[in-house]
Ligand binder design. Structure first.
Ligand SMILES: Cc1cc2nc3c(=O)[nH]c(=O)nc-3n(C[C@H](O)[C@H](O)[C@H](O)COP(=O)(O)OP(=O)(O)OC[C@H]3O[C@@H](n4cnc5c(N)ncnc54)[C@H](O)[C@@H]3O)c2cc1C
Length: 408
């Protein structure tokens, strides 16, 4: 790492080394610019940690091209097309191609989620099954429609409702390991000669000739332009806050013994949009750092906003989550995969950073400061493209106006 003096002005600074920030820094550094990335590491002792947390501290996030929303699908497709080159260049495997199964009720409109926006997930969309198939066809993604019987035949361990049907998208759909993806990006950021500082930004000031970033160890980083990608904590660093809502999420993990591991070996990543219960998403058996293998389920929309950085950090530190959300997730898991009803379960917590537009915000918020913020619970798979757009923004390129930031 090159050591720069206190008056050195970088071409670009990126604040936040999570999925969006690390990707943005990679694209800038690989284009030959002098970049500083502020990337606080994942805390080793979450309970006593005093700094920020990230929404990528997990081993699995669904990746898929099919989405009820065409823009989200495009972002995913662009990012997925670069997974292999990132894996090869970094030496880190993060992509686990398998399949993505969508299950819904034909013609069912989740009125609450008709359009993305106002902090609601757009996963369901207008007639989730039909809209996803339509968007998939336009994107030339490989997808096959399945009836309820077709789902049971293909995946005998699943029990969809009698009124439900769906579709299956083949590889490269499956899941990505978000921790590994962030690591891969940071390896490439360093390999491209950028300066990576394991520090937290305390203030970001848009000065006359540079953005001035002060860190928690009193280091000053100056840059001609900067990209703020601090996830759920981003508003804490902005004078004019973005229209964001940070939502608390509770996850349920079912631990698999050898018999369950075998019987669920062909399980795809799943999004389930029932008509009588909230949308859930499920990850197939994944082995975690504790050596155990789990199936994970989360509820996609649960209104539990967190209003301050302290509330966000305290939520990350708690592991019990919300009792009702946990009970809902558990009920939906046992209904869809009855063989997991008696599996030992535990919970964990995370947060979604929701935008008012339903899309990530990628735009300048002042002359020198841009943002790449708001994964809306589905930004991991598309993060390399969202980061690339953040980099393009700092380089003065136009970005799709649907990604324009909105202010609170
Ligand atoms: C339960 C759950 C399930 C999800 N499932 C999926 C899924 O199936 N598929 C999918 O595609 N996506 C999914 N997502 C969404 C995905 O994980 C997020 O969209 C993604 O992590 C957002 O990336 P980010 O870089 O914006 O934020 P983060 O990954 O949170 O990174 C932000 C980074 O900023 C850093 N930071 C914060 N404050 C500061 C500061 N002051 N100075 C410097 N750095 C700072 C943090 O340390 C962190 O590393 C899920 C999210 C959750 C919570």
């Amino acid at each position: 790492m090159t050591v720069y003096g206190p008056n050195h002005i970088f071409d670009f600074a990126v604040i936040g080394g999570g999925l969006f920030g690390a990707a943005g820094a990679r694209h800038l550094a690989e284009a030959g610019h002098e970049v500083a990335l502020l990337a606080p590491p994942e805390p080793e002792e979450p309970a006593t940690h005093r700094g920020p947390f990230g929404s990528h501290y997990d081993e699995a996030r669904i990746t898929r091209v099919l989405d009820a929303d065409p823009l989200w699908s495009q972002l995913a497709q662009a990012a997925i097309s670069r997974y292999e080159e990132i894996e090869t260049a970094s030496g880190v495997t993060f992509h686990h191609p398998n399949a993505y199964l969508g299950i819904g009720v034909e013609g069912f409109r989740e009125t609450k989620y008709d359009e993305p926006g106002r902090f609601e997930s757009s996963t369901g969309g207008t007639d989730f099954v039909a809209a996803s198939m339509q968007v998939g066809a336009a994107a030339n993604a490989s997808a096959e429609a399945l009836s309820d019987d077709g789902i049971r035949e293909r995946f005998p361990f699943l029990h969809p409702g009698a009124n439900e049907s769906g579709f299956v998208e083949g590889p490269p759909a499956g899941h990505v390991n978000p921790r590994a993806l962030a690591r891969a990006q940071r390896i490439l950021v360093e390999a491209a000669g950028a300066t990576v500082l394991p520090r937290t930004a305390v203030t970001v000031t848009d000065a006359i000739d540079a953005v001035d970033v002060l860190t928690d160890d009193a280091t000053r980083v100056l840059a001609r332009r900067a990209l703020l990608a601090a996830g759920a904590y981003s508003n804490d660093l902005l004078i004019r806050p973005l229209d964001l809502e940070v939502q608390a999420r509770t996850l349920v993990f079912a631990r698999l013994d050898a018999t369950l591991r075998n019987s669920l070996a062909s399980m795809p990543s799943i999004i389930h949009v029932p008509s009588e219960a909230p949308t859930t998403y499920l990850l197939p058996p994944v082995t975690y750092p504790d050596g155990e293998t789990y199936v994970k389920i989360g509820v996609d929309a649960w209104h539990n906003p967190l209003r301050t950085p302290t509330e966000i950090s305290n939520w990350f530190k708690s592991t019990d989550g919300d009792d009702d959300e946990r009970a809902t997730a558990d009920r939906q898991l046992n209904a869809l995969i009855p063989s997991l009803a008696d599996a030992p379960k535990h919970t964990s917590t995370c947060v979604y950073t929701m935008t008012a537009s339903g899309y990530p915000y990628v735009g300048m918020v002042s002359e020198r400061l841009g943002v790449a913020v708001g994964g809306n619970g589905k930004g991991a798979k598309s993060s390399d493209e969202i980061g690339r757009l953040g980099a393009a923004l700092l380089l003065g390129e136009e970005v799709d106006p649907r990604l324009a930031p909105r202010f609170a």
